[in-house]
Write a protein that binds this ligand. Structure first.
Ligand SMILES: Cc1ncc(COP(=O)(O)O)c(C=O)c1O
Length: 391
């Protein structure tokens, strides 16, 4: 069986050895200096000023929405647009925090939301925040979406949990919005076992995210920022300052263990994304040539494609079902991410008014599947995958 994921993290044996030694010598394992070092190193990799390390990509999504609420940029009942084809915990924080989650359909050839779809939805709904997913390493015309958001004063956020390392028009995905989330869950581009982050250039947002990450208190802010916030709220005594809760927060902290794994993994990121890029061209290109069986997927507009799975959208449900049968016990496959969110029970329960009958997301839900693209795939395995999907 060719599994979606082969190991817990890259260079598993060596990384585990280093991790054991770190745990044996570390003065503390709860959030601390190793997390700060990881944040600095990852921000540099992502070419952003700030990285806020969290315990998952889902937490990163939740923290971003909560931070905007804390700033008063979003209020109960406001509308947030999201990609109809995404993962559950991209949408759920919107609903959980009392906002309206407005699905935006994707383009069939890029699997992502385009500026055309954004303009269509903006004619219908007064959207305050656009929270789009960069699905499976791909994007549509995200530069144009950013331009529309700037013009209409809509806050643009990216869920970049599936596209770490993709470069579009000379810029890394995750750097188009005010902020973007990353997931470091096993099997994503880089693993810290569990983990996630928000990257942004906004110092003010990064500070609020640090408050949201840990109980609403100021303990993980710099000394200078602590002085500022304590003065603002007239908290003069050390007795109370450590237990003053400034705004709404959670406990979304990662540990020093996750940070240490991340610090070992960052130097491999370039190699990992390069290998996955090579795998994509070796497998997806011949498969996509079967246009009689599959819808074409567009990737020529992307400078460097970085994904961890390869989507296949079948021309009919029958072709997809036959493939599922053929892959049984041979190749591990999955629906495309979480499928069309509007078909999910949770969405019908809470946001029924935004469900729609036909869409590209629905077609992908019913006729799509993906197989893994991990850097450890052997030539034999890649050959077998191509054979199963093309013969
Ligand atoms: C688009 C997207 N957003 C968010 C997440 C959640 O990330 P995590 O599993 O780290 O919570 C995922 C997970 O696969 C995802 O694909």
């Amino acid at each position: 069986m060719i599994r979606l994921i082969k190991s817990t993290y890259h260079n598993e044996k060596e990384t585990t050895k280093k991790l054991i030694s770190f745990i044996g010598h570390a003065k503390q394992l709860s959030f601390g200096p190793e997390c700060h070092k990881f944040e600095a190193e990852f921000a540099k990799w992502q070419k952003r000023k700030h990285c806020v390390f969290l315990n998952s990509g889902s937490s990163a999504n939740l923290a971003m929405i909560q931070a905007l609420i804390n700033f008063g940029k979003l209020k109960t009942g406001d509308m947030v647009g999201f990609s109809a084809l995404t993962w559950s915990t991209n949408v759920m924080p919107i609903i959980q925090l009392g906002l309206k989650a407005v699905p935006i359909d994707v383009e069939l050839d890029t699997l992502n939301v385009s500026s055309k779809q954004v303009l269509k939805i903006l004619k219908k709904y007064p959207i305050k925040v656009l929270f789009l997913t960069n699905l499976l390493g791909f994007c549509d015309d995200i530069d144009e979406i950013k331009r529309i958001c700037d013009k209409k004063k809509i806050i643009f956020l990216e869920d970049n949990c599936e596209s770490l390392g993709t470069v579009y028009k000379g810029k890394l995905l995750g750097n188009y919005g005010l902020a973007s989330s990353v997931s470091f869950y096993v099997g994503h581009h880089m693993s810290t076992v569990e983990g996630g982050a928000v990257c942004t250039d906004s110092e003010r947002l990064a500070t609020m995210l640090r408050i949201v990450r840990a109980h609403g208190w100021d303990r993980n802010l710099s000394e200078q920022k602590q002085v500022k916030i304590r003065n603002k709220y007239k908290i003069n005594s050390t007795f109370y300052s450590r237990y003053t809760f400034y705004d709404l927060g959670y406990n979304l902290r990662p540990t020093e263990i996750n940070a240490h794994i991340g610090r070992i993994q960052i130097p491999f990121l370039k190699e990992i994304t390069k290998q996955r890029n090579k795998n994509f061209f070796e497998m997806a290109v011949p498969i996509y040539q079967r246009t009689d069986r599959y819808y074409p997927i567009k990737y020529s507009h992307i400078d460097f494609l970085s994904n961890f799975a390869i989507p296949v959208i079948c021309r009919s449900q029958k072709i997809r079902d036959e493939l599922v049968e053929k892959c049984n016990d041979k190749i591990e496959i999955r629906p495309i991410v979480g499928g069309d969110m509007t078909r999910q029970p949770f969405f019908s329960k809470y946001m029924k008014q935004f469900s729609y009958e036909s869409s590209n997301a629905k077609l992908v839900h019913e006729q799509g599947l993906y197989f893994g693209n991990n850097p450890e795939l052997t030539d034999r395995e890649k050959k077998l995958i191509v054979q199963v999907f093309t013969k």
